[in-house]
Design a protein around this ligand. Sequence first.
Ligand SMILES: [Ca+2]
Length: 469
Amino acid sequence: MILATLLTGSAAVSIQAIEKDNTLDGPPPNILFIIADDLGARLGCYDDELARTPQLDKLADRGIVFRNCFTQYATCGPSRASMLSGLYPYQTGITNNSKKLTQSKTPVTSLPALFRQEGYFTARVGKIFHMGIPGDIGTAGQDDDDAWDIAINNTGWDAVPENYETATRYGDTRGSGVAIRYLDPDIPNEAMADGVGTQEALRLMEEKHPDNTGKPLMLFMGYYRPHPPMVAPKASWKAIPEKEIELPLVPKGDRDDIPVANFHLREESFNFIPDSAGRAYTHAYYAAVNFVDTEVGKLLSGLKENGLDKNTIVVFTGDQGFHLGEHGHWHKSTFFEEASRVPLIIADLRSDSIGVSMGLCGLIDLYPTICEMAGIKPTYSLSGESLVPILNDPSIPGKIRVLTQGKPGGTSIRTERYRYTEWDGGTKGAMLYDLETDPNEFTNLINDPNYAGIAKRLKEELSSLMANP
Ligand SMILES: [Ca+2]
């Protein structure tokens, strides 16, 4: 009980002190941090039956799977800036894709920049901080210039406009990084931008091995998929059994009680699209996830081949999820579970700790967690809490509540049972879902008198969380 109280308060420092004894002895661990763009919790190890993700499922068996991890902002740039600064979007002011970390309202040191200062060799391959997909592939995007000893801007076949523009397209609005487009080129994984990235990461594991640099290695690998355009090699399309694709149930009148503010993209092209297009896009998304899974498998083999499989912490996550027809929607950035929940697997290859945590957590918690695991002290007060106690014992409780922000002016808290969301303090709408009785979020209870007390309490908790993290 004491532990649960500490976890929910601003007592991260106390926890670090308490858990210090549990820090494993030995040389500083290497860190392999892998993030896939727009990947929700749609993996085999999250009980997704359509997913074909044997490599990530194997990683899950080797570590702790966090089943209830949420992004702090269901859009690429703000989510990544929050995760890598350890502060909420409202604290940094980074709430759109065009801001760099240097524009933060309060000075921050990103997680890799801190590790670099502390003597790690830090390397980036692909998308870690924000970059527009596909347009910015091959560039540094909104990178943190202080973070890396080496940064690789990998590109490939799927980043060439003449190639991705041949993709089948549904609807006629929006650019290639947003529009519903899909393609199954008969090309090897190695020709894809992400496949090139994997090869670069494997090269870095060898060339920048601690034996060569004299420094522990922190390697960030950012995959561009499954972000649109949904281009994935034909082999990955074949891995997904087409006949098993089922579109989600959308009850009649489902949208009647959902505030319009919850849908960032309201044009026809992204809402209630024909089943044929929906099935193809779903197929494409899962193919892209399978493709990323295969690439992750190569990285994990690379750890072994380079003798890094005993003293490395592997973290795998996504920046936000993606709707595949739930509530009739076919994009991201809503406050529903499909967009806000992300996969998180942490495998500390130094330890034998394995299991599943059902406790709530957020990407905000990664910064303090990785610091504690490596024995590195943050230079300012972080808003997340270390997950090390849960890594040691996944049965202990997680957070009481997780904060997520979003556009336009949306704020939301998720508790174990409820999600409460409001826009501009409720003047532009609000939602309350009881996830215990309504896991699909079909009935907005905000105007239900039986839930008025709960709505009021959650609104107050949300205000207090936004004022004092
Ligand atoms: Ca994203």
